[in-house]
Design a protein around this ligand. Structure first.
Ligand code: SF4
Length: 140
């Protein structure tokens, strides 16, 4: 309920070389931490356990596994999922093959000195970009 609108399933990608100030997900920095999935088995797991069809992809830095990320987003979109993405990159740096199938993307590095709470947890220097807004998002 803090990674986007509604009750969502968060998917944390392992691997991050960004080093944001005050990162709270340092366990995900090491690519070897976490459980190894093929894209297909991950999709099956998400599909079976997410009847509300709302997911947010976070990490780690999901763009460090870009090819798998594109495959995952494309397949979830085919199943009509509402897909959000948190990344430390800026919008103009991100491949349109990723952006085009998202509901929203939260961009920019996390900064603990600007921490904010609410349904788009993060820091105030980050931006929320709504791409395919199927639902009415209330003010944050
Ligand atoms: S991108 Fe995410 S995991 Fe990586 S340092 Fe920043 S907040 Fe932490």
């Amino acid at each position: 309920m803090v990674d986007g609108d509604g009750l969502r399933t968060s998917i944390f990608f392992s691997g991050c070389n960004v080093g944001c100030n005050g990162c709270q997900n340092k366990d995900f920095w090491n690519m070897k931490n976490g459980k190894l999935f093929t894209v297909k088995t991950l999709i099956d797991e998400i599909y079976n356990k997410t009847p509300q069809k709302k997911v947010t992809i976070s990490g780690g830095e999901p763009l460090e596994q870009k090819e798998a990320l594109i495959l995952l987003i494309n397949e979830l979109k085919k199943k009509d999922f509402d897909i959000g993405l948190y990344t430390s990159y800026q919008l103009e740096e991100i491949d349109n093959n990723i952006i085009k199938n998202l509901t929203f993307i939260k961009t920019g590095k996390f900064d603990i000195n600007k921490k904010i709470y609410g349904k788009f947890y993060g820091s105030s220097n980050q931006s929320i970009n709504f791409i395919n807004k199927k639902v009415k998002y209330e003010s944050m």
